[in-house]
Design a protein around this ligand. Structure first.
Ligand code: NAD
Length: 315
């Protein structure tokens, strides 16, 4: 990867792609953002609108472009494709988006094999697997945004429930970014204390039912937002900035991105999210924590559910 480029290309300048660009502009991590969309006018309009904010944000060159702009990009993020309509699951998008990915990945590879591919389009785990297969790139270089957003939702809900700053809550959602995802309570901590242990000394006396409610809220968050406004874009935009920053600043951050597993947690040949160490080379290490047996079982069922759709999609 080019050590100094700090360049991000975003394919798909719709709600998610443009909000990611906006959050990235404000954050000041990169020097160059290029927006590509099959609707060129949309990409141009978004780039112009963002550029007009230059006076109020750290310096960054934002423009609409084409696939040749992927050359020397640190990250090419793919946010293009169909999105969920109210009532649709992420898995309902498979056939349309796999075909879109086949074309997009091919075009990206004509100009770069060095960049990290960051898959955002849903169903993100299936499409990360498709991107690994279609690109032939090393697996550490192909990353799905996975459950980074779901883990953030878990932290937010726990922080609200326990009345603790979300920055002091460490909690992860593993597995599919979707209906079979697994919030792992057994390794959730705040202030160095396991959350379940702290329940025993907390005067709020929460029960299994409270925990199930939080699980349900994490799982159904996107459905509620899509029902209300037609898309989710702000929190995912920030989650993408977090992933991008971990890569570009070589942070060695632990994030639950989606990637091809090869025996981790006893799971093979499927992309899903587990905690990994992320730096400028992509995924450098997997964190395999000891989970409660019921959580491990659910994680493996999540893998089976994704594999079934993978097979049906002919991947
Ligand atoms: P959107 O409809 O607003 O934008 C999609 C854009 O993709 C459109 O501008 C469209 O012109 C473009 N596009 C479609 N096919 C293309 C192609 N072949 N080449 C280039 N551009 C193409 O949708 P959105 O709300 O931005 O959502 C985009 C995707 O992100 C959806 O699949 C959605 O489900 C997913 N998403 C993922 C997460 C996550 O956490 N991973 C969160 C929210 C949304």
């Amino acid at each position: 990867m080019n050590a100094r480029a700090r360049k991000v290309v975003i394919v798909g300048a719709g709600a998610v792609g443009s909000t990611f660009a906006y959050a990235l502009q404000i954050h000041g991590t990169v020097r160059e953002i290029v927006l590509i969309d099959r609707n060129k006018k949309l990409a141009e309009g978004q780039a112009l609108d963002l550029s007009h904010g230059a006076f109020f944000a750290p310096p960054v060159d934002i423009r609409a472009g084409d696939y040749e702009d992927c050359a020397a990009a640190d990250i090419v993020a793919i946010c293009a494709g169909a999105k969920q309509k109210p009532g649709q699951t992420r898995m309902d998008l498979v056939s349309t988006n796999v075909e879109i990915f086949r074309q997009i990945v091919e075009k990206i590879l004509e100009h770069t094999t060095e960049s990290i591919l960051l898959v955002v389009t849903n169903p993100v785990d299936i499409l990360t697997y498709a991107a690994v297969k279609f690109s032939g790139l090393p697996k550490q270089q192909v990353i799905g945004s996975g459950t980074v957003l779901d883990s953030a939702r878990f932290r937010y809900l726990l922080s609200r429930h326990c009345q603790i700053d979300p920055r002091n809550v460490h909690a992860y959602v593993l597995g599919e970014h979707g209906d079979s995802e697994v919030p792992v309570w057994s390794i959730a901590t705040h202030g160095g204390m396991n959350v379940l242990d702290s329940c025993t000394v907390c005067d709020r006396s929460c029960s299994e039912i409270d925990r199930e409610k939080i699980d349900e809220q994490i799982r159904n968050s996107a459905y509620h937002v899509i029902e209300a406004k037609g898309a989710t874009n702000f929190a995912v935009g920030l989650a993408l900035v977090r992933i991008t920053t971990a890569i570009i600043r070589d942070e060695n951050s632990i994030l639950t991105v989606s990637s091809l597993l090869n025996g981790e947690y006893g799971i093979n040949d499927v992309c899903l999210s587990v905690p990994v160490v992320l730096n400028r080379n992509g995924i450098t290490r997997y964190i395999c924590s000891e989970l409660a047996s019921s959580e491990l079982e659910r994680l493996r069922s999540s893998a089976d559910a994704i594999k079934k759709v993978q097979r049906e999609a002919g991947l």
